[in-house]
Every structure is written in C-alpha cells, then in structure tokens.
Design a protein around this ligand. Sequence first.
Ligand SMILES: Cc1cc2nc3c(=O)[nH]c(=O)nc-3n(C[C@H](O)[C@H](O)[C@H](O)COP(=O)(O)O)c2cc1C
Length: 190
Amino acid sequence: MSRLIQIIYISRSSFITTTNSTEIEPNVARILAKSRVNNRKNGLVGVLYFGSGCFFQCLEGEETEVDKLYSKLQQDSRHKDLKLISRKLINTLTFTNWAMKFVPLETKLNAELQAHGYSSFDPYKFDAVMTEKVLNLLQTSTNVDSQNIIQQSLDKASVEKPKNHLALLAIIILILLLAIFIFYLSHGRV
Ligand SMILES: Cc1cc2nc3c(=O)[nH]c(=O)nc-3n(C[C@H](O)[C@H](O)[C@H](O)COP(=O)(O)O)c2cc1C
C-alpha cells in the first residue's frame, strides 16, 4: 500500500458557463457524476468547488492513485491553466464520506472572500492563508449529495442539445433553398 497524500490544484474551465448560479452547470454535473463513480473505485476522496469559471479541487488517497488521476486531469480539455498549489503527505483522509464532495456557490465563502479583500472567486490570487481558509470552509460546507440535482442538470442539458441540432438543421435547409433559388434565378427560370 502506498502513502496517503492530499493535493490541491486550481484550474480554469474551458467551457462557457450556461447556467445561473443556482443550478449546477451541466459540464460540472457530468464531471461530478463520473468522479463519484471512479473515485469510489479507486479509493479517492475530496471536494470540488466551481465558481467564477474556476475550479478548486482537493484530492486525497493513495499516492499512486492521486498521481494517476492528476495526469488524467492534465489531459482533460474541459479545463486549462492547471496549477498545483499544495501536495502533502497525510496520515488519514479528511473527506472520508465523499467520493467527491461538491459545494455550490456559498454565501459563507463569498463573505470570507470579501472580508479578505477579494472581489470574486479567483484562486490564482489567493495566498497560502486564503487557500487554507477556503479548504476549511469547503470541509464544513454542505455537500450537494443529491444525485437528483446532478441528474436533473444532465437531463436538462440533453433536452437542450436536440433543440440546438434542430435550429442548425433549419438553417442548413434555408441555405439550400436559397442556393436553389439563386441557381434558378441565374439561369432565368424564375
Ligand atoms: C475539474 C475536473 C475535476 C475532475 N475530477 C475528477 C475526479 O475527481 N475523479 C475522476 O475520476 N475524474 C475527474 N475528472 C475527469 C478526468 O479528467 C477524466 O476525464 C476521467 O477521470 C476519465 O475517466 P475514465 O478513464 O474512466 O474515462 C475531472 C475533470 C475535471 C475537468
């Protein structure tokens, strides 16, 4: 059995956020659903926070598993600018109950940020003290445990996709009709 470690990294999402602050962004819901299945399998635990287009994730588990996941994370095109801000050996896991705890936009966190002079959630600007404070808050905050909320977000996204496809199809048909019309016009048949 390899040693237990904890890492914290931050990153910026590559996708454009489409939801308001009370809903879980469908891309994040997809990440969470996958993480919870995988992490349970690999003995990993942790917490994920997503705010102002930035991810803040803490991962704990056996060193080999955490490192394997971090390599995968570096290849994941849904986020960029990954920055490992902490990596340390631990004796016990902190997030024992959560394969991946998810904390939604938190009023407590916003208040803490403002108290320390930060106008928004920008973890790239945090110093070590602020990072520790955020981690403590995420440890004590309420987890969005309900698979329902994640599932609803995923369902909503899959209903919206066909709508986009229909709009694209309508535009293609319109362009085709216009092209046929111009063709006939230029050959003097209309
Ligand atoms: C911000 C972010 C956090 C993620 N967290 C995890 C995680 O905790 N566990 C995990 O297995 N995958 C996580 N992923 C997804 C991985 O990058 C990768 O897509 C996934 O592990 C691939 O799983 P598979 O090999 O079973 O297909 C995360 C992705 C992003 C963008």
